[in-house]
Design a protein. Structure first.
Lengths: 220, 220
DNA sequence: AAATAAGTTTAGACAAACCTAAATTAATTA
DNA sequence: TAATTAATTTAGGTTTGTCTAAACTTATTT
């Protein structure tokens, strides 16, 4: 079956909300999609008849097995394009999301598989999110928050949950981006701040609050 | 201003029809776009208020200067994506059109300019059609029909006007594609057929009819 | 267990982009 | 030039995806 851009955006949004909670509500989806609750209800009825979501009025909804598969396909497209934009076209990692948002709806399977091959089958996008393979399989990236990292272990920045400007500012200022390798040198117990060291740079400190928003994985 | 996918398709179609004739009619556009004449009229009214076309009922229409500029931008996107698909993703040149048809509507200027740079500022797409530059300027490709080529001059295949299956068949069979370098060795006056030689291949003949449909340009 | 608040759905409208069928205009021919 | 034909436009309808405002459920308080 073939889906409209709008339907695809709904599926993707439900998928993301489901990561946290198993059942998704009208209002939460409306907030995420910048739409009115009434519009959500309309679309849920439609997606229900298409067997994409389980839905009973007033009881929230979740993707069916089929819906999940389709959502993973959309996310695959999104993340491969993000990787392309960042790696090949040299966009900065904060610019890629919006453009990928459009490109992801071009739905030729062959295009995406060839793009995947051209990019060398990357497993993570520039934000550190895993890219589903052509069967929709996702590699779990054992991530942990920077705030949880043991001292003197080299870790790689692979996700930032807060994309607000102050956060981006702070990252840029300290030269942190996707793929940055760093170590936690000290943990100050009085205010829980961390001293961070990036190779060949002066150390600096970040608050625990900020460190919670930066995910890393082990690596050299 | 921002345009819908549909508006963009209309502009592009008018642009193409204008290449032959200066003024375009409802029926011709309807045929090209696979739409009903009534739909064309609706859209022309809309594009007129947006100052994209000159239009007086029953008198046909043509793009305004502004409309022309926009159309060139769309064609630029289309042809850059075609080039990308063929050159980087290794699609065959007959597969690229339909996919580019979708990609062309992703309208970030920055995306297209970066893509252009990534591709090395190509000047012709895989069908041999010129790619407008970032200002909309088109390089005129001094093309001529294969049937007009002087003997023993190396030329490069850069356009095929007939995309029917028999033609594609014939091209494939003789190993002719975009960019193929060849020479005309003999012209048989009794039936006007041509003997063609591609480097490191046995010579073969093609009829004058076929040779008229293959455009080439000079080059080594 | 009512009453209230919060969340959700229904009813009805609207714009975009199509369509069909009927009416109109322009072009052609007798 | 009047009649016929071909092309175009108008009128009105459909689908998709959105919206607002009102009605209805469910959850939470008192």
């Amino acid at each position: 079956m073939n889906f409209s851009t709008s339907e695809e955006n709904y599926m993707k949004a439900i998928f993301h909300l489901q990561q946290e909670n198993s059942t998704v509500t009208t209002n939460r989806l409306a907030a995420l999609l910048n739409a009115r609750p009434a519009s959500i209800t309309d679309m849920m009825k439609k997606l229900k008849t298409k067997k994409i979501v389980h839905y009973r009025p007033y009881r929230g909804f979740r993707l069916t097995t089929e819906g999940n598969k389709i959502a993973l396909g959309i996310i695959r497209r999104h993340r491969l394009w993000e990787y392309f934009l960042s790696e090949k076209l040299k966009f900065t990692w904060d610019e890629v999301h919006d453009i990928a948002e459009d490109l992801e709806h071009v739905s030729s399977k062959k295009l995406i598989d060839k793009l995947d091959a051209f990019l060398g089958y990357p497993r993570f996008d520039p934000h550190g999110d895993p890219i589903p393979d052509h069967q929709g399989k996702i590699e779990k990236n054992r991530q942990l928050a920077l705030s949880e990292v043991p001292l003197n272990k080299t870790v790689i920045v692979c996700h930032v949950s807060d994309q607000s400007s102050p956060m981006l500012e702070l990252m840029k200022h300290n030269n942190i981006h996707m793929g940055t390798r760093l170590e936690v040198k000290k943990k100050f117990s009085f205010d829980q701040s961390l001293e961070i060291k990036i190779r060949q740079q002066a150390p600096f400190t970040v608050s625990n609050q900020v460190a919670k928003k930066i995910s890393v994985k082990y690596g050299t």
